[in-house]
Write a protein that binds this ligand. Structure first.
Ligand SMILES: Nc1ncnc2c1ncn2[C@@H]1O[C@H](COP(=O)(O)OP(=O)(O)OP(=O)(O)O)[C@@H](O)[C@H]1O
Ligand SMILES: [Mg+2]
Length: 501
């Protein structure tokens, strides 16, 4: 027996008390005894008792009174009445008053143990059922309060929330989203997505999340959407039931109109300042050239040396200004690209040759791996030079301890894949999404001395996207970084001279 049950035997006859103890103790029960009802109540008050065997008639206090008091104060303790044959009718009355069972005197050993066992077993089952009921009530309460908390959070959020089921129907939309979408009355739920937004790209993103094969492992899709004059950042992610079955998609909308306006103002400002600086700087550069060419008289060695250094600095500033203007132009939506059928292999060979000295100075082995029969891409030569020059310079610059930098190109059916990989310092996972932002530079103690503006990758991304290509990055801190560029080949891409990026 796992639990040591204590049974209280209440009888005015000592022989019965002792007899019961003799029967019950070998069965593993602890036995307490009382000679009348009053003693029994006292023991019940002070000791943990699991069951009472109580004689019906006793001097001082009989079973009926014990039942009355115990029923009120110890309802969980079952009471079995011990009765003689002549008083069975009274025992039945006791049962009506709450006794669990009765045994008649003289009782058989096995009969008594059986009744006791049965009652204790029943009591145990009742206790378990009660605990289960309590647990269920607690769970229901927790669930209800969890639901109400979630409901409150979703309703009070400043960001819009939209929940779509597997049939692409909207099943939840919070007040913030109604405000963002300027909806005055809530559309029916479930209702079609088009009631909320007529942007097809959101529908496509949700559809992709609902239908993407598991191995694609798409955890979320982030998009920028327009609603009237507002810009919204929409982040969609799938959600699953307890059995990991896909239930639908949750999309959170964040209003980024303010940031966009600020960004536009900043761009205009940078563009204006760059413009204003370029003219006087170009004039200074020209005057330097005149002096350096000796047209303003002879120079001493020292003067020449200082002017050459100043000249280089001015050139650096002009390069930066040109880059800033380039980015601004691309972001304004227009860039002039002369897209022609281009052999990328030739461009890459020239670049690698040009950069061999820089790589060697940093003890880096720079390698180009391309098959001879790479298909042509429809691209602007200068843009491609700029893209891969930036990527290769980065790979070399951010490999301070030497190592390998490799650029390889392979052809897939409709596009060319170019990988630029290095064994350099790598990037922390949280830095990866930011490196294409303008002016973002990751901080690494080993590459602090690298001079740069943080514009290179922003330009690279803009140029690749203007060619209808894509760029991705994989990196591990301390191991290295690989940039993967995909560019459509001539057969798949229809080039145009004027491209909206
Ligand atoms: N191959 C790479 N390995 C590790 N970090 C890199 C790599 N390429 C880029 N980064 C990180 O991304 C940041 C942004 O790169 P990006 O080329 O835009 O700017 P930059 O190199 O700092 O300056 P510049 O505009 O002169 O190129 C870098 O500062 C660097 O921290
Ligand atoms: Mg760079």
């Amino acid at each position: 027996m796992s639990e040591p049950y204590t049974i209280l035997v209440v009888d005015d006859e000592k022989v019965i008390r002792d007899g019961c103890a003799l029967i019950l103790q070998p069965e593993g029960y602890q036995v307490a005894t009382a000679a009348n009802g009053q003693e029994a109540l006292e023991i019940l008050r002070t000791e943990p008792i699991n069951l009472v065997l109580c004689d019906l008639k006793m001097p001082v206090m009989g079973a009926l009174e014990v039942l009355e008091v115990a029923g009120t104060h110890y309802p969980e303790v079952p009471i079995i009445i011990i009765t003689g044959h002549g008083t069975v009718a009274n025992a039945v009355e006791c049962m009506q008053k709450g006794a669990y069972d009765f045994v008649t005197k003289p009782f058989r050993v096995d009969h008594l143990t059986l009744v006791v066992k049965r009652v204790l077993e029943k009591q145990k089952l009742e206790r378990q059922a009660r605990e289960l009921r309590e647990e269920q009530a607690r769970n229901l309460y927790t669930l209800a309060s969890e639901q109400s908390r979630l409901h409150t959070i979703i309703n009070c959020m400043a960001d819009g929330v939209l929940v779509t089921n597997r049939d692409l129907e909207v099943v939840l939309c919070n007040p913030a989203l109604m405000r963002l979408l300027e909806l005055s009355t809530p559309p029916p739920q479930p209702g079609p997505l088009s009631f909320y937004l007529d942007d097809t790209s959101l529908k496509e993103a949700i559809y992709t999340l609902l239908t993407a094969p598991e191995q694609d492992n798409i955890t979320y899709i982030s998009q920028e959407l327009r609603k009237g004059r507002a810009y919204l950042r929409a982040l969609s992610a799938p959600f699953y039931g307890p059995d990991l079955q896909l239930l639908g998609v949750v999309t959170v909308f964040h209003d980024i109109t303010g940031f966009k306006e600020l960004d536009e103002m900043k761009n205009e400002f940078v563009q204006m300042v760059s413009h204003e600086l370029r003219a006087p700087l170009s004039a200074i550069k020209m005057q330097h050239t005149v002096i350096l060419d000796g047209l303003a008289g002879d120079l001493t060695e020292k003067q020449r040396e200082l002017l050459v250094r100043a000249h280089a600095k001015i050139q650096g500033l002009l390069d930066l200004i040109n880059e800033l203007l380039n980015v601004a132009r691309m972001e304004a939506g227009y860039c002039q690209l002369e897209q022609v059928p281009l052999s990328l292999g030739g461009v890459l060979t020239d670049l690698v040759e040009l950069l061999q000295t820089k790589a060697a100075n940093q003890k880096i082995v720079l390698q180009l791996i391309t098959p001879p029969d790479l298909p042509l891409i429809q691209a602007d030569r200068r843009s491609m030079e700029e893209v891969f020059m930036n990527l290769l310079c980065n790979a070399i610059n951010y490999s301070p301890n030497g190592g390998n930098v490799k650029i390889s190109a392979v052809s897939h059916s409709e596009y060319l894949e170019v990988l630029v990989s290095d064994t350099g310092v790598g990037l922390e996972p949280e830095e990866i999404p930011k490196i294409f932002d303008k002016f973002y530079r990751a901080k690494h103690p080993q590459t602090r001395q690298v001079i740069g503006t943080g514009l290179g990758l922003a330009i690279v991304k803009n140029l690749i996207e203007a060619h209808r290509g894509s760029i991705q990055v994989e990196s591990q801190p301390g191991v290295g970084t690989t940039f993967r560029v995909l560019l459509p080949t001539v057969s798949s891409g229809q080039g145009s001279d004027f491209v909206r990026s």
